[in-house]
Design a protein around this ligand. Structure first.
Ligand code: GH3
Ligand code: MG
Ligand code: MG
Ligand code: MG
Length: 326
């Protein structure tokens, strides 16, 4: 029996993987100064469903990469090309955002070990030697694209986990954990550079009655709406979070007590005037708000500032609710 050569192995791998349109929706950048090589590579990749973008030298390839970086999933790159060769193109591309995990396969003439090394040093992830075997090209490309898909899935999972870790599922505001960390940073920064930072502490009034009378579904709707009203009133640099059940907090960097009180008053009025209506139910909702700030009270920690706002909130409750206290 004849010994295995590279072609046999690649063909065997290919049979297992069976090329088909499994990568439709993905795009390959094919870079070669030789038109027939571009066409051959392109035809191979189209067999597994890829869309093709072509470039005839490194400079043109880099322009295509800059323009389409968000939809290119793979690059097959010739080494020796006029104007800009393959390793320089790969090196430049690796400095673009979002190319960190982009598979870039080097395609160089046989016997040029130096070219292969230069391409790897520039950031290539694999290589093929010309004349290449179509099945081997496809087998390698499939491995890289499958890895890319796994990577994408992991990144997506990671984003979802992060989202759950820092945001409140009901309102979409930040959660308590995120708030505490970010508030400590904002507090430390304010102390360091000698500016003010304020804190608002919200608690919905008689919220038990809302749940008891209209049900938890309506209660949740109220919480969501209050979260949205708070969010749309504060500035982008402010930090709004759901602190607990029907309690919200807002950190206002670079804002003194007087200004913070104005923001709180604005939100209080907005909530009191909002027609809370859902599934045929209607309820009047009010909120009590405690306000405290660094420069007027000089607490020694973020936690201390939060406590002062909480104490002010308690006074607002005792004074009759639906009001702002400092
Ligand atoms: P007040 O603050 O004005 O003194 O009265 P309250 O009725 O709001 O008092 P309290 O803070 O003790 O009650 C809060 C209630 O909020 C208890 C609970 O039924 C309700 N609550 C807490 N979390 C949620 C939630 O996620 N969804 C709903 N629907 N209700 C919640
Ligand atoms: Mg060439
Ligand atoms: Mg409460
Ligand atoms: Mg309450």
């Amino acid at each position: 029996s004849k010994p295995f050569d590279r072609g046999d192995i690649a063909a065997a791998v290919c049979k297992v993987l069976r090329p088909q349109s499994i990568f439709s929706g993905m795009t390959a950048l094919v870079v070669d100064d030789n038109q027939s090589v571009r066409k051959m590579v392109g035809a191979c990749l189209e067999r597994i469903g890829l869309s093709i973008i072509e470039a005839v030298n490194g400079r043109q390839a880099y322009a295509r990469m800059q323009e389409h970086v968000d939809r290119i999933d793979l690059a097959i790159v010739d080494f020796d090309m006029p104007i800009m060769c393959g390793d320089e193109f790969i090196h430049l591309s690796r400095q673009l955002p979002e190319t960190e995990h982009l598979p870039m396969l080097s395609l160089s003439g046989s016997g040029d070990a130096n070219a292969v090394l230069r391409m790897f040093r520039a950031g290539a992830t694999d290589y093929l030697v010309k004349p290449f075997i179509a099945e081997e090209l496809l087998a390698r490309v499939q491995v890289h694209l499958q890895l890319r898909r796994h990577m994408r899935r992991l990144e997506e999972m990671n984003r979802n986990l992060y989202d759950k870790a820092v945001n409140d599922a009901l309102t979409g505001l930040r959660n308590k954990r995120y708030f505490q960390e970010a508030f400590e940073e904002a507090f430390a920064r304010a102390q360091r550079i000698g500016i003010d930072v304020s804190c608002l502490f919200f608690d919905l009034d008689h919220f038990k009655q809302v749940n008891d009378t209209c049900g938890h579904g309506f209660g949740d709707y109220v919480l969501k709406t209050v979260g949205a009203l708070i969010k749309e009133t504060v500035r982008r640099g402010d930090l709004a979070a759901r602190f607990g059940g029907e309690e919200f907090v807002v950190a206002l960097p670079n804002t003194d007590l007087g200004q913070a009180k104005c923001v709180a008053e604005k939100i209080r009025r907005l909530i009191a005037a909002h027609p809370f209506r859902d599934q045929g139910l209607q309820w009047r909702v009010t909120v009590s708000i405690g306000v405290a700030s660094l420069l007027s009270a000089r607490p020694s920690s973020a936690c201390g500032l939060l406590q002062l706002a909480d104490q002010a909130l308690y006074r607002a409750k005792r004074a009759g609710r639906d009001r702002v206290e400092t």
